[in-house]
Ligand binder design. Structure first.
Ligand SMILES: Cc1cc2nc3c(=O)[nH]c(=O)nc-3n(C[C@H](O)[C@H](O)[C@H](O)COP(=O)(O)OP(=O)(O)OC[C@H]3O[C@@H](n4cnc5c(N)ncnc54)[C@H](O)[C@@H]3O)c2cc1C
Length: 411
């Protein structure tokens, strides 16, 4: 086999984007993945419609990355949400803006996009090797892979892009084992933790049996100073869904610190507490509580059951107290659900370990991209946008690195 000048490990959105940029720049690129086929997690994301990015103003967009907004800003500046949409369009996958500014491909799934992309990468000369697990660097400094033939060490490519993903949904390929490999090299890695994940609530068996899988639509969710409007789904073990994910970073940090973690639900965001109280005061006292809540404030069976689940309500309750609970129903969260079912991971290689080109300072020629870097963001298209953009940035930087080294090589 002729030695490739560039190797990408990880055939997810970040790795494939880096491969495309380098192939277009003239490098012989080989993409290697431990799975039998590429983009397994991207395809899974497609099951929910594939929320590619978001159209909100750039300044609020960038804020979604929290502490990582600083290092990610130049990367996202160079590959913006509008550029990602144009890139999809060029692949024959036009996009549209859905509710609350989120962007999806018109096909509402990932498979046509991935198929078209793989075809284009093949035309660009990118080679693929599957079912090879990267194990690190060998004694000779080459890359070590485990495949059907056993452990093998290859020679070192001119540039290497690692795009190994996080650790959510490990059966889709990214299992986070690379954290041990890189930590052993002295590279600082924040431990991977579940992000955009559900939280545990100790539901009663009756409530769980009746309502698991049912959505609470258009509710307000508050934790600390943060209030979001969204949807929450009752699960067997607690709560999940977009509204919960938006708060998941703060909720997880609170639980990790061992603090009591109480999320409050606003079951009627469009009405003030005073309006709810007035409406309840006008209901007939002889009516059942469920009927009063339905007639006065249009609360459905799930809302009413939730009120009963949390506060009992076996005793008469005043309109004032009821209104207060409808606006701020406290739910005690007992833990975060496992990373196996999280949408994404927090943690990863710390930005202090890479230069602004996303190259490991301890290992010149090794670039990082995607979810394996230490950033997190809520759902809404922010995850894929950052994966594509860091893939692009790593690919461009790797290309310049090869160019610089060629120039500096002795004649
Ligand atoms: C259910 C679900 C729904 C989602 N929906 C959305 C959404 O709508 N919008 C959004 O923005 N994001 C969504 N995401 C998140 C998004 O899919 C990920 O953030 C994104 O795929 C990460 O891209 P990546 O290229 O960094 O890593 P990955 O896509 O995880 O790819 C990493 C690749 O590296 C390979 N690999 C790992 N270790 C090794 C190794 N040692 N050797 C060889 N290969 C290795 C893996 O097999 C994998 O193919 C969703 C995720 C899930 C699980």
């Amino acid at each position: 086999m002729s030695e490739p000048s560039a190797i990408v490990i990880g055939a997810g959105p970040a790795g494939l984007m880096a491969a495309e940029v380098m192939a277009l720049g003239g490098l012989a690129v080989t993409v290697i993945d431990r799975m039998p086929s590429p983009g397994r997690k991207l395809l899974m994301a497609g099951r929910g419609g594939l929320n590619l990015t978001h159209t909100e103003p750039f300044e609020s967009f960038i804020d979604r990355y929290g502490a990582a907004a600083g290092p990610l800003r130049p990367v996202l500046d160079r590959f913006t949400p509008a550029m990602l949409r144009a890139w999809c369009e060029a692949l024959g996958q036009p996009t549209f803006v859905g509710t609350s500014g989120r962007v999806f491909p018109k096909a509402m799934k990932a498979s046509p996009l991935l198929r078209a992309w793989m075809a284009r990468l093949t035309v660009q000369g990118v080679q693929f090797r599957f079912q090879q697990t990267w194990k690190g660097w060998g004694p000779g400094g080459g890359l070590v892979f485990d495949d059907a033939q056993g452990i093998q060490e290859t020679t070192t490519p001119s540039v290497l892009v690692l795009a190994l993903g996080g650790a959510s949904w490990p059966r889709l390929g990214s299992d986070g084992r690379w954290t041990q490999t890189l930590s052993a090299q002295g590279i600082p890695v924040t431990p991977l933790a579940p992000a955009n994940v559900g939280f545990d609530v100790a539901w009663s068996p009756l409530f769980r049996a009746k309502f698991a899988g049912k959505p609470l639509k258009a509710v307000g969710l508050r934790f600390g100073d943060t209030y979001v409007l969204g949807e929450a789904m009752i699960s067997k073990s607690g709560l999940q869904g977009g509204g919960i994910y938006a708060l998941s970073r703060d909720l997880r940090q609170s639980l990790d610190a061992g603090r009591p973690t109480v999320l409050t639900l606003d079951l009627r965001p469009s009405l003030s507490q005073a309006e709810i109280r007035q409406r309840l005061e006008r209901t007939r006292p002889g009516d059942s509580l469920s009927n009063r809540l339905r007639k006065a404030v249009k609360l459905g069976p799930l809302d009413v059951a939730l009120l009963r689940e949390v506060v009992g309500m076996n005793q008469p309750i005043s309109p004032e107290d009821l209104a207060r609970l409808i606006k701020a129903l406290p739910l005690n969260l007992t833990g975060a659900q496992s990373i196996d079912r999280a949408i994404s991971s927090a943690g990863g290689v710390r930005f202090e370990a890479v230069n602004p080109d996303l190259m490991l300072t301890a290992r010149p020629g090794v670039f990082l991209a995607g979810e394996m870097l230490d950033w997190e963001a809520p759902t809404g298209g922010y995850l894929l946008q950052a994966c594509f953009a860091t893939g692009r940035a790593a690919g461009e930087a790797a290309l310049s690195y090869v160019g610089r080294n060629r120039q500096n090589a002795p004649a």
